[in-house]
Design a protein around this ligand. Sequence first.
Ligand SMILES: *Cc1c(COP(=O)(O)O)cnc(C)c1O
Length: 395
Amino acid sequence: MQVYADNAATTKISKVALDAMMPCFETIYGNPSSLHSAGQEAKEALEAARAKVAQCLGCEPREIYFTSGGSEADNQAIISAARYGARKGKKHIISTAFEHHAVLHTLEKLEKEGFEVTLLDVHQGHNITAQQVKDAIREDTCLVTTMYANNEIGSVLPISQIGAVCKEAGIPFHTDAVQAVGHIEIDVQAQNIDMLSLSGHKFHGPKGVGALYVRRGFPLVNIIDGGAQERGKRAGTENLPAICGMAAALEDACAHLEENTVKVTAMRDRLIEGLKQIPHSALNGDEVNRLPGNVNFCFEGIEGESLLLLLDMKGVCASSGSACTSGSLDPSHVLLAIGRVHDVAHGSLRLSLCEYNTEEEVDHILQVVPEVVSYLRGMSPVWRDLQNGKREYIL
Ligand SMILES: *Cc1c(COP(=O)(O)O)cnc(C)c1O
């Protein structure tokens, strides 16, 4: 059995998305900026896609800017708010310690330019509260940027409350909603969100395409200069096939949101219950406010990489927040941010499900994960030390 349980990394493209893309390769291949009929046909497809994305977020089509993905949208949103803030002498930004690197690395760059960044602590309940945001606000705060849902541990942040706090304080609020869009109902108006990043490949659309929602009137800054595409805010000929595929995938995801949530949540909860039975294990992430498809555990005494390799041999594609998989020696900054020590953070496993997964696949995972964990523990010197008391259990 082959089980794909790494949907937080990327998803399989849906038939709906693929069907929406094909005409853009075969017949609607004009440049949307061209004045002739082929160009105008492409322009119509582009604007229809924009309207679909806007519809799913509860905003106006002209508030949607297409980008190359979630990372670019995050960069553009944060840089724009920083430039706007700096013009008014405000150079303080609030974010969280468990953001995606697209946000954290952009913030680090701004720090080198003299911005001050407050990263909110996520130890308590593996999440943040709106009160933490409120307490961190200063006279010179120019942006609050918090993710909607965490990609590693699945915690869903109190976005509506944070939006309300920011609105009251008059501070722009951006959210990296890459893990949430298409999986959680979003209404940027009701939730007081000023900017929001999304990415096509996290909801069964194509890779390399995303969008940034920006509330009308907010001064967006270009990070790619050139032609006048996207109302002058993002140069480059539009990736029409990908944009149409993403819009169709999003429309489909929003239309089936409730039934998908019910199905995926049930599988997630069965996995969590089953894996909790493994001794010296701990669930990572918010137990209540959690993405429907996210399961993330730490298992004491083992290495995440070996776990992933053995699971792959048994047909399970999963992910880990451990060292080698990410190409660095440090374990995931997210697991460290919630207070997992290095040793334990190295032994983590993320299983991320979608509506294409089945109960039979969950059965298979529930059979092989405990087997592989105990096999690895059988060979682990760390586990031996824990067992004979030379080392103390943490979990
Ligand atoms: C995947 C992801 C991104 C990056 O999106 P890309 O489209 O791959 O650039 C950013 N933030 C979060 C939370 C993600 O999960």
